[in-house]
Design a protein around this ligand. Sequence first.
Ligand code: NAP
Length: 470
Amino acid sequence: MHLHSIVAGQPVESTATIAVINPYNGAQVGTVTTARLHHVHAAIEAALSRRDSLTRFQRHQILERARAALELRRDEVARLITSEAGLCIRETLYEVGRACDVLRFAAMEALRDDGQIFSCDVSPQGKARKIFTVREPLSCAAAITPFNHPLNQVAHKLAPAIAAGTPVILKPSEKTPLTALTLASILFEAGLPPHMLSVLLGPTTEVAETLVRDPRIELISFTGSVPVGKRIASAAGYKKIVLELGGNDPLIVLEDADMELAVFLAAEGSFRNSGQRCTAIKRILVHEKIAEEFTRRLVEKTREYKSGDPADPETKVGTVIDEASAISLETVIREAEAAGARILIGGKRRGALLEPTVLSNVPRDCGMVVSESFGPLAPIITVRDLNDAVTVANSTAYGLSSGVVTSSLDSAIQAVKQLRCGSVNINEVPGFRIESSPFGGIKDSGLGIKEGVVEAIKCFTTVKTFSLPW
Ligand code: NAP
């Protein structure tokens, strides 16, 4: 497969390319032509060139047609994600379904009027007027996306931008560009006007950093790691920024938890998507009275998470993104072992394939649980009670999401109030959401809720008010 970077609907003709490698078998999946500095400027100028806007119905139709086309190509797109990201096919089929939801919900939102009306004769200082609000598209936005959900992360930027009527320049991860470019071609085939979308791959300093600094771009919407997010925050200057960064989410399992549910959620939350979800469970905080039984049953459950060839429908855990990532996870495991942790199952690596790994006796201050470990690891830490669990949960720099397994409403309410993060899911994995609900982290995980289709559309617009005598 040979694809091109795109400037306003047109392929970038260039001899410079990047190769995309299948993390499982090392085969070349495809190549992509890369853009240079002048392509970035051409993309910005194209986005700024048109002031005529699509009607709400036109935006709705483009998004709906794209959803229908993606649904028809579900198997093909899932296989493409599997080949460039190493995620197993059961995960990538699920991801295509999620991206269809993003397009569906954005299409619905495109039809919804988002204006408000304020009567002004409501105070002694007021008078008989009304203030109306309208949301207007930005002149140009840039979106920068990570590798871990190659389709869904991109859909979560492009669909709200289209629903809002904002032209967008996308810089997808260079590890997974083929899926992003395929979604772009589906959108163009669905009727998206060329000036509404460019997709640029290329050297970071020429492409991504130029987009971040350019004053003509009104919004940088970034999803990715904490260090890159903070770098963008300091380089972007005077513009809106949306930062959706790393996570280190806890699953808290209390003494009164439904044990079967807790074990199921721990395994699903730790191992789905090869543990490469920003909201994957990164720390399992278990009440000391039930820790022994929970640990034994989680080890048993983990045997069901067979790792192997991502293209095999029987495989439950594919590779991580590349061998270098698997090696660094292996190092994190060895460091935890040296600090006193015990590997109960897994821990072995073959190329980019790392077995789902359960560890007990994990010290509260070891690197594996203080920082984000982006892979299929399930470190268990025992806690004395909910207060202790909340202290451990809140002790890292991150604050994305969390899960709590309990049968007590009082404990659930205490957890919702005291956990310092963007979401708390009771009797669910931290990653639970629907694509339209508000989503985002605090502290190092991001600048608060700014994603989910409804919130994202607000970011891709500005509010104007006008008032009339009434
Ligand atoms: P990353 O290394 O931060 O890269 C993300 C994107 O930023 C890529 O497109 C990358 O381009 C680009 N980039 C790199 N350096 C840049 C710079 N100096 N200026 C502007 N852009 C730059 O993240 P990743 O490893 O792909 O993704 C994994 C991370 O994303 C994890 O930490 C995960 O938790 C986080 N994540 C967060 C959320 C959330 O919603 N909070 C969701 C998913 C993932 P290249 O590919 O060309 O380097």
